[in-house]
Design a protein around this ligand. Sequence first.
Ligand code: ADP
Ligand code: MG
Length: 657
Amino acid sequence: MAKETHEFQAETKELLDLMIHSIYTNHEIFLRELISNASDALDKLHFESLTDQELLGGDKTFEILLTTDKDKHTLTIDDSGIGMTRQEVVDNIGTIAKSGTKAFMAKLKEAKAENEALTDKEMIGQFGVGFYSAFMVADHVVIETRKAGEKSGVRWESDGSGSYTIEDCEKKMRGTNITLTLNPAYCGGAGENGEEHENFLDPNRIRALVKKYSDYVRYPIKMDVEVEEVLKDKDGKPVDDGKTVKTTKTETLNSMQPLWTRPKAEIKEDEYNEFFQNQFHEWEKPMEVFHIKAEGTVEYTALLAIPANAPYNLYQKDYEPGLQLYSRHVFIMDKCKDLLPEYLHFMKGLVDSPDLSLNISRELLQQSRELKAISRALEKNILKTLARKLKNKREDYEKFWNEFGKSFKIGVYNSLYTGSDAVDKLKDLLLFMSSKEGKLVTLKEYRDRMPESQKKIYYAAAKDKETIEHLPQMEQLRDKGIEVLYLLDPVDEFTIETIHAYDGKEFQSISRGDLDLGDAESEQAKKELGDIAKKNDDLIRDVKNTLGERVTDVKVTDRLKSSAVCLVADSAGPSLTMEQAFADMKNPLFKARRILEINPHHKLFERLQAIYTAGGKDSEDFKDYCDLLYDQALMLDGMMPDDPVRFAGQLAKLMEK
Ligand code: ADP
Ligand code: MG
């Protein structure tokens, strides 16, 4: 096919522009990104060749070669990996197909709009912008690539401005080489405006960068270096007065010794941290590292980490969980999901086991007994460590909880569908905000300080603490000194409902069903309430009829102290907060069954009785009064009146009187 010129997609142009005008000060990471792509390409070929030997065409070279040319100012990264077809080059290099990069662009725009100063660290850490980072240092980039199994290659070329060219080319070996013509400022000279940067053609600089970022890459990263050698005779004695000659030697720059195969006692904390930062693109050092070696029925080594931060897309569809899998230090696959339960999806790392077969398919792997045994053991180990942290290092645990707690809460809730035993495993690791000192508490802490007479564990759900504290229902509990859990995350209530009861005590929402505080005082109040209800039978029935479909019931209540009304949900259906959560998820199917509760000891109740006696159920005044009571209750629960205009009108009318 002839040479074609293609325009970059608008978004790509924008990204390239950012790269060229270097939003990052950390230019050196371009090499890590390109080596990591080369390593990925070798992994892909390796994996596919397990089932299709032909792909290798007899050449079992798996390596990355770096070459420099001082005169031409070029640095080439050459790999013998899977390569790309013409279409793949167009798809993978010409467009921003990756959601990660798209998200990066969106985030950047957002930050710009808000004039936020974003540090490079945050940005690269979260998104790793990959191939395009080459344009931070290069004026011109050429890719020559040949897909394994194909006969000819493709050449892609661009200076990073608006377009690129693509044409067929001859290429002897499968794989990809990427040649960067570096900007003079990165070759030991000065740039256009006199700026000088590090010299990326300097072998010492390259050696140091590979050591720093890519030491554990599992394929040799080689570099041709020129060395000056003293001429020696065959006995190793210098000849010709120590005269030197220049020769080229190929040096392997990375150690390739997998960190996890070394004895634990020898490994320094920094080495672990760097490993996760370089291999798993974590910018900050991990919160917790696990280096587990087991030699039981199944032998394995695991090197895992809880990252410092939850990735921005942890709860989105495009987040891909999973650990890397190795067998006898040979890479088998990336993102193996079956090594950990879903609620530990935030873990990063790898498992290496000689008991797993090398050319195992994903399907077979899922059923593998060994894999299941490893998964169980890892889960146990991680949960035990977290339990210990909760007990001994509360502050650290809370940090963990703030990043990843939601995963556990969702895990508990999902067990309803998966039938897993997550409730038992996780219930003591959950934290909820509490009315007690406004701190996060465990269910056990709540349970342990519950007075003998308290029969239930009380909770309230709303979007924030203030809303709960202003709930009319809270007053009584506060006065009685009863602790209430504050469920501030929409998922919390689902989690609590799934657990159902803790240590024999059921959970009770303070705004659902009857609030049975179980003390003598309440018993007495209940009796009185029964009498009041009987006496006001007609009134309550007519309030209910007036409100129509808006409520399923109207009741008098002893739940309230200074407020006149509140809305509660029937204990049989979802709560009002759950209803809102469903509405937010565009799933309005779930409607809470609303009950309007009226405080019979309140002045407004007296007024209601008076209006009812004077005008009866069909009077305008009575209807207005019912509407106003209902709207007031809605607002107390943080919701808008159904018809704000009507509400304002009715209120004005009342005020004029
Ligand atoms: P990422 O590596 O995160 O997917 P990059 O921007 O680094 O994103 O690379 C984009 C894509 O280009 C890769 O996913 C891969 O398909 C392709 N690619 C880049 N470099 C190579 C290479 N050396 N060999 C084969 N494919 C490559
Ligand atoms: Mg990449």
